[in-house]
Design a protein around this ligand. Structure first.
Ligand code: MN
Length: 129
């Protein structure tokens, strides 16, 4: 799949694994280490999907999701949160902030790309190979 993905993630190991898996499947990944950088990139380039870590330094993922969703030009861009929080109510909080989905850390390499693909437009995912 030839998706352009914006990965907002401060942890280098998580970033490495996610990027490796996505690039192996034909995606192009841009990276932002914090929320403000991610917001800036999202305004300058068109992405097919935004992968958003919730635990970020400074501006957290909920605030980043709300800021992204405040921009009408990004209405059609899916946001998938990635978080190690697994407490009751967290999923609702993430969805209420404007995210379309939620993945738990640690990333499962077996299912990660398929989980992302479910949120992409079919034309971006392309035929199964
Ligand atoms: Mn983090």
């Amino acid at each position: 799949m030839k998706a352009k993905i914006l990965l907002i993630e401060d942890n280098e190991q998580n970033r490495y694994l996610a990027t490796f898996l996505l690039e192996k499947n034909g995606c192009v990944v841009s990276h932002a280490p914090d929320g403000p950088t991610g917001l800036d990139l999202a305004g300058r380039e068109r992405f097919d999907l935004i992968l958003l870590d919730i635990q970020l330094p400074g501006m957290d993922g909920h605030a980043v999701a709300r800021a992204l969703r405040a921009r009408s030009d990004l209405d059609s861009v899916p946001i998938v949160a990635v978080t190690s929080y697994a407490m009751a109510g967290d999923r609702e909080k993430i969805l209420a902030a404007g995210c379309d989905g939620y993945l738990e850390k640690p990333i499962n390499p077996e299912t990660f790309v398929a989980d992302i693909a479910r949120h992409l437009r079919p034309s971006v995912v392309g035929p199964a190979s």
